[in-house]
Unconditional design. Structure first.
Length: 113
């Protein structure tokens, strides 16, 4: 199973970005999917996740600003990020639970003040 994350970039505070994570390979069904982020020197933190029945949960710091969704037919997950803040700057990693936990390569999000 391979995960390809995309959509990161540089944006001004208050702006928006949409991250995508496409899964490919030997996939029968994907259970949980989600996004973590990491700032160098800090631990990786959960941003949002979504289960196979599309129930979601979010970190308190992103509630009301970020929306996670998935397209099961395309094995793709999205993270719509609105009202971005400089403290959202990090490398964002997607993961998927299939027959194990798989990780994408990370995509850098930089929010300037």
């Amino acid at each position: 199973v391979q995960l390809q994350a995309s959509g990161g970039g540089l944006v001004q505070a208050g702006g928006s970005l949409r991250l995508s994570c496409a899964a490919s390979g030997s996939i029968f069904s994907i259970n949980h999917m989600g996004w973590y982020r990491q700032v160098p020197g800090n631990a990786r933190e959960l941003v949002a996740d979504i289960s196979s029945d599309s129930s979601t949960r979010y970190a308190d710091s992103v509630k009301g600003r970020f929306t996670i969704s998935r397209d099961n037919a395309k094995n793709t997950m999205f993270l719509q990020m609105n009202s971005l803040k400089p403290e959202d700057t990090a490398v964002y990693y997607c993961y998927a639970v299939v027959d194990g936990v798989y990780w994408g390569q990370g995509t850098l999000v930089t929010v300037s003040s």
